[in-house]
Design a protein around this ligand. Structure first.
Ligand SMILES: Cc1cc2nc3c(=O)[nH]c(=O)nc-3n(C[C@H](O)[C@H](O)[C@H](O)COP(=O)(O)OP(=O)(O)OC[C@H]3O[C@@H](n4cnc5c(N)ncnc54)[C@H](O)[C@@H]3O)c2cc1C
Ligand code: FES
Length: 299
């Protein structure tokens, strides 16, 4: 076993008892870095646990997040982009905005960093079994939606869901994430893909042009008790998509969203992320629109 760079290993022969410290990250090695977008601001990090037993402890569900830690720089909450059905690695897609994300973007394959989690709740997979699922995403918030799509398309899980629709938009074709996978999903007949861009003058672009709310209006199935919508994206997208879902008759307990508040501990202790009495890191980040409507508008 390789020693955890962030703590001393437990010596069981000396009778030391392992007490799980919730602030301790698991050490991971960067296995691969993929630049996703033409502006080079979004990179996907494929991480491998240094101690294989840590992978078993990191038992996550699609929709959860983790704290990524860079020694001496800090920790940041990032949605888990890999699916629990993908074994042997974790994936995170990180937008370069400030101190830690910039440092992470300069790291190389082989470098060691930390992952703490999994944290937060997840999309309600048990409640959504047997239902139609409409995924609506924009920008880099598509990360946990990728996790969800891979999870649902896994042969063991696909029979558990009825129709799957994905409405995913970016500013331009070059700003779409996971382009190879989008192309693969486009070819399948067990998922309905509706990819869109705000604008493009690329004559080879063969998908939709228009904002996510417009494409939702045109392509999303009508709301009914058998259909759930999972919506993740920038606030402006959410603001204009919600009235469309209202027009399509989606009830607010069938619209599921994930919040990206400022966070520190990620485990409901520091009080950095609370909205009213809810801790977004622990009670969320996933909430139904019904729940959000009953919370103070602090998000
Ligand atoms: C549950 C959750 C999931 C997230 N998932 C992803 C993801 O999959 N990919 C991704 O790229 N980012 C994600 N974020 C946002 C990410 O945590 C921030 O961008 C990151 O913490 C910025 O760190 P920094 O040190 O580089 O920025 P800083 O130097 O701290 O700040 C730089 C800029 O980023 C803004 N910022 C800082 N923290 C946040 C935050 N939590 N949310 C939004 N803006 C922030 C600041 O206002 C400032 O403008 C997620 C946040 C949460 C809470
Ligand atoms: S981030 Fe500390 S309580 Fe939520």
């Amino acid at each position: 076993m390789v020693a955890n760079i962030f703590c001393s290993p437990i010596n069981r022969e000396k009778g030391e008892v392992e007490v799980q410290n919730p602030y301790l990250p698991y050490p991971v090695r960067i296995d691969e870095i993929t630049t996703e977008t033409e502006d080079k601001n979004l990179k996907t990090f494929k991480l491998v646990f240094i101690n294989p037993e840590d992978e078993e402890k990191f038992n996550y569900q699609a929709g959860q997040f983790a704290e990524l830690s860079v020694a001496g720089k800090g920790e940041i909450p990032i949605g888990i982009a890999s699916s629990p059905t993908e074994k042997g690695f974790l994936m995170f897609t990180v937008n370069k905005v400030g101190l830690v994300t910039s440092y992470l973007h300069n790291m190389k394959a082989g470098d060691i960093m930390g992952v703490r989690g999994p944290l937060g709740n997840w999309y309600p997979w048990d409640i959504m079994e047997g239902k139609n699922i409409v995924i609506i995403g924009g920008g880099f918030a598509f990360t946990t939606l990728r996790s969800s799509i891979i999870y649902m398309l896994d042969p063991a899980n696909r029979p558990k869901f009825k129709d799957i629709h994905v409405i995913y938009g970016a500013r331009t074709p070059g700003m779409l994430l996971y382009r190879d996978e989008l192309a693969e999903w486009e070819k399948r007949d067990d998922i309905n893909m509706h990819i869109t861009v705000d604008a493009t003058d690329d004559p080879s672009w063969k998908y939709n042009i228009g904002f996510v709310p417009t494409i939702t209006d045109q392509k999303a199935p009508p709301g009914n008790p058998d259909t759930y919508a999972i919506v993740c994206g920038p606030p402006i997208m959410i603001k204009f998509t919600q009235p469309v879902l209202d027009t399509l008759d989606y009830s607010h307990d069938h619209i599921i969203m994930s919040l990206e508040m400022r966070m520190k501990c990620g485990i409901g202790i520091c009080g950095r992320c609370n909205i009213g009495k809810e801790y977004v890191c622990k009670d969320g980040p996933v909430f139904t629109l019904d729940q959000l409507n009953n919370m103070p508008k602090e998000y």
